[in-house]
Design a protein around this ligand. Structure first.
Ligand SMILES: [Zn+2]
Length: 187
């Protein structure tokens, strides 16, 4: 095998690829951990092998790379025009002009698999949260993760929701502000 890279160059190249692959998921995990959330990773017993599983919330989190999962591109509507595949790229998923059919087929398969996985989870009473790579840049991560937190908590509430208790509007039940005032002045 011919290889013009030195071992050092190759190492740097490989570690770059690896860190780029795992970084978005790590960011999500780190944020959750620092905010007191506990989770499990790649739980095989949960359909679709979600990246992060939070059982108490019955929630599965997928952290998707924008390119590989085709964030914002509608590949099902891709059409051939002048013998070229016409696609509306999104801001974070730009499908290369060369070898386009290959990339489209690949990303489309990923999208279809994603949808199947989400569907199975939903049918089994799981909630699905999808976090996109582009939502985890430094300027957006806090906002994104606060949204994730809101979803988690609403999932938790939905799981433990009790029958609504009628609110008692009887006047004797209301906090007695006047009484407190009297008490305060008498001191
Ligand atoms: Zn994106």
């Amino acid at each position: 095998m011919t290889d013009t890279m030195t071992a050092e160059q190759r190492h740097r190249c490989m570690s770059h690829i690896r860190s780029r692959d795992t970084k978005p998921e790590l960011k999500v995990r780190r944020w959750l951990w620092h905010h007191g959330y506990r989770y499990r990773l790649n739980v095989k017993s949960v359909p679709g092998k979600p990246d992060i599983v939070m059982r108490p919330y019955r929630t599965a989190i997928f952290v998707n790379g924008c390119f590989w999962h085709g964030h914002g591109v509608q590949l099902s509507s891709a059409q051939i025009e002048n013998s070229k595949l016409k696609i509306e790229n999104s801001r974070c998923c730009k499908i290369p002009q060369s070898n386009r059919e290959f990339w489209v087929a690949k990303i489309k398969r990923n999208q279809e698999r994603d949808q199947r996985n989400y569907q199975v989870l939903l049918e089994n009473g799981w909630q699905v949260i999808v976090v996109w790579e582009c939502q985890l840049v430094a300027t957006k991560i806090e906002h994104t993760m606060r949204e994730v937190e809101l979803l988690l908590n609403s999932n938790m509430l939905a799981r433990y929701k009790h029958a609504p208790v009628p609110f008692n509007t009887g006047e004797e039940q209301l906090p007695a502000a006047a009484e407190n005032n009297i008490e305060y002045h008498s001191k």
